[in-house]
Design a protein around this ligand. Structure first.
Ligand code: UDP
Ligand code: MG
Length: 324
C-alpha cells in the first residue's frame, strides 16, 4: 500500500464547554485505536460565547491532530457541519456531535463498512435514551412526513452522525444551497449507502442547542429542500374548498326553491372563516418557498470564518498555529 490513509472527524460545537474535554478524550482514544489510518479532529466552533474556543486552543497545544475553525458568529449546526466537510481532506470524513449522544465507539464499525466499499455509512438510531417523549414523538412524525413528501430516499431515524467517503464528499461540497438539510443532501449524492444501527445516548452534559424554534426551521428546511409537495397540497386544498363551496351552493338553491330563505348567518361565517384560513395557509406555504428562493438569489457565502488553527504535523507540536 502507498501513503497511509487519513480519516477526518468533523465536530460542530456551540457552547459546549462542559463536554469538550471528554469529547476530545473519547474521540482520541477511539481514533488512535483504529489501525492503519492517521486522523484529524476538526472542531468547528459555531460562534460559541462561552470558553469553548479558548479551551479548544488549549487542547490543541497538546494534540497535533486538532484543527480548530472559528466562525465569526453562530451560523447553525447544519452550516457548521458543511464547513467541517469543506475543511476536511481525509479519505473518509466522519461527522459527529460534540455532546457524545452519538458514541465515538461506533466509528470503527463505520470505517469497516467503508472498507467494504460503501461510500456513506449513516448511523441509525435504534433507541433514544434520555430524550423526552415529546422529542422522540416529534422526530418520529417528522421522519415519516419527510418520507411521504420527498422524492428522494432519506432514511428514517438518521441524524448527521455518519461517515462519508472522499468522493461522496467532493459532490457534497458542490451543493451550496442556503437553507441546508445536510442528511438529505448526502442521500441525494447517492453511491452505495448503508445504515449502521446504534444506541443514541443522552447528552453528556449541558443542554440542547436546538430549541423548538431551530427544530421547526430545520424540519421545514428538510421538507422544502426536497419536495414541492406542500405547494401541490396548497392547490389540492383549494380544489377541496371550491368543491365544498359548490356543493353548498347547490344546497342553497334547493332551499331557496323550497321557499326556505334567510337563516344561516352561522353557515356564512363558518364558510368565510374556513376559506380565509385555507387561503392564509396556502399563502404561507408559498411564502416558505419564496423566502428560500430569496435566500438563494442573494448567493451569500454560507459562513464567515474568523480564524483557522490548522492541525500541527506530527513533528511540530502545534506551536506554530497561525491565523489564516
Ligand atoms: N450545534 C452547533 N450550532 C448550533 C447548535 C448546535 O454547532 O447552532 C452543535 C452542538 O454543539 C452539538 C451538535 O450541534 O455538537 C448537536 O446539537 P445538540 O446536541 O444541541 O442537538 P440535539 O442533539 O439536542 O438535537
Ligand atoms: Mg445532542
Amino acid at each position: 500500500m502507498g501513503k497511509e490513509q487519513k480519516i477526518s472527524v468533523v465536530v460542530p460545537v456551540f457552547n459546549e464547554i462542559e463536554v469538550i474535554d471528554v469529547c476530545h478524550e473519547r474521540l482520541t482514544s477511539v481514533m488512535a485505536g483504529i489501525e492503519g489510518y492517521t486522523y484529524e479532529l476538526i472542531f468547528i466552533d459555531d460562534g460559541s460565547t462561552d470558553r469553548t474556543h479558548e479551551r479548544l486552543l488549549e487542547i490543541q497545544a497538546g494534540d497535533p491532530h486538532l484543527k480548530v475553525v472559528k466562525f465569526s458568529r453562530n451560523f447553525g449546526h447544519q452550516v457548521a457541519v458543511t464547513a467541517g466537510v469543506d475543511e476536511a481532506d481525509g479519505d473518509a470524513i466522519v461527522v459527529i456531535d460534540a455532546d457524545l449522544q452519538d458514541p465515538p465507539e461506533v466509528i470503527p464499525g463505520m470505517v469497516a463498512k467503508w472498507q467494504e466499499g460503501f461510500d456513506v455509512v449513516y448511523g441509525v438510531r435504534k433507541r433514544r435514551v434520555g430524550e423526552g417523549r415529546m422529542k422522540r414523538w416529534t422526530a418520529a412524525v417528522f421522519y415519516r412526513l419527510l418520507r411521504v413528501f420527498t422524492n428522494i430516499e432519506i432514511p428514517v431515524d438518521v441524524g448527521d452522525f455518519r461517515l462519508i467517503s472522499a468522493r461522496a464528499a467532493n459532490y457534497l461540497r458542490q451543493l451550496r444551497e442556503n437553507d441546508r438539510f445536510v442528511r438529505g443532501l448526502v442521500s441525494w449524492v447517492g453511491f452505495r449507502q448503508v445504515g449502521l444501527p446504534y444506541e443514541r445516548d443522552s447528552r453528556l452534559a449541558g443542554e440542547t442547542k436546538y430549541p423548538l424554534r431551530k427544530m421547526m426551521k430545520f424540519a421545514v428546511d428538510g421538507i422544502t429542500s426536497f419536495s414541492n409537495m406542500p405547494l401541490k397540497l396548497a392547490s389540492w386544498l383549494g380544489y377541496l374548498a371550491s368543491f365544498l363551496a359548490f356543493a353548498y351552493l347547490v344546497s342553497v338553491f334547493v332551499q331557496r326553491a323550497m321557499g326556505q330563505t334567510v337563516e344561516g348567518w352561522a353557515t356564512i361565517m363558518v364558510a368565510m372563516l374556513f376559506l380565509g384560513g385555507v387561503q392564509l395557509i396556502c399563502i404561507g406555504i408559498i411564502g416558505e418557498y419564496i423566502g428560500r428562493i430569496f435566500n438563494e438569489t442573494k448567493s451569500r457565502p454560507l459562513y464567515v470564518i474568523e480564524s483557522i488553527h490548522p492541525a500541527g504535523a506530527d513533528d511540530r507540536s502545534g506551536l506554530d498555529n497561525g491565523e489564516r
